[in-house]
Unconditional design. Sequence first.
Length: 377
Amino acid sequence: MSVTTAARVDLVAIRRNVELLRESAPGAELMAVVKADGYGHGIIPAARAAVAGGASWLGVATLDEALTLRRAGLDVRVMCWLYAPGERFDDAVAEDVDLSATSVGQVEEITRAAARVGRQVRLHLKTDTGLARSGATPADWPALVDAALRAQAEGLATVVGLWSHMACADEPGHPSIAAQLREFDEAVELAEKAGARPEVRHIANSAATLTLPEARYDLVRPGIAVYGLDPIPSLGPARRLGLRPAMTLTGRLALAKRVGAGQGVSYGHRYTTSAETTLGLVPLGYADGIPRHGTNLLEVWAAGRRRRVAGTVCMDQFVIDVGDDEIRAGDEVILFGPGDRGEPTAQDWAEMLGTISYEIVTRIGARVPRTYAEEAV
Ligand SMILES: *Cc1c(COP(=O)(O)O)cnc(C)c1O
């Protein structure tokens, strides 16, 4: 093992997860969401693996992320949806990126860029069906549709998509689910009556892709499930489908040493040894995305079993207490992974910390090298 610390990314798993998601949503195209550096897995390798698995679209939040995909030569449809007034849309229009528009002001800004670039922009009009995040409310929807259709008549834009996002798709049976889908159908109907002829209507994230056939429409937009993590851990739908976590976070012990009983360990001495014991030093810390909340709480895999973090998680390192088990500097530690060997999963970490797996993988720091197993991709 030459690598000291690494987030190993299994690109075969990403490709296979996309294939499985496509099979589970027949009739819909698939947009793999690769925002936030591919949920921490590396945007370009993740995007390539997703495309190899049959994703015909890639979804990102920011314009920079969209341009990063284009510059790497990814030539599938790329859609982008989050920006503030004053951003430069010109490059995205020139690079043939599909853009979300959520207000009349955005339609105007984007179409001005299209006029400057001399190229029609593909717009996806976003309706707020109940998440109350971005998107036009039902009251503002008719004006957004009108503005976009005017831009289309002027030859500056094509309205290719009508879309929305769900609030509680990860809570099956939540009353907002049916309400949002009803709202979406009404918004689509209104836009189509006004003359829109969308190529794709889309609302489904991973949870909806896996559990709500009626939410799939023409295109599904899974993110977390692409990386093999479960959007609805209580139901385990991802596991049932055979999705496989793609990221394994590993390190190697920087040091192993014997200490006596009653030794306070790490900052603040929040852990004290109960007997003479062996401590191992793991060279990853909160700067690498190991939450400081994991102090005395998180488990990792070392010397054949799970070990709890002993004491405070520091910026660059933390300690484990292995008792009288044999460890040596250089031994591999698996912080989380697919769980095959008994190591915790990102989902296990999320549960220990009271968060979601999304936060675990996206926060792995820039200092941690990503390495890629890509034999079959
Ligand atoms: C992040 C995101 C997704 C993917 O959500 P998951 O829960 O990871 O599947 C889909 N659509 C939009 C608009 C998003 O922001």
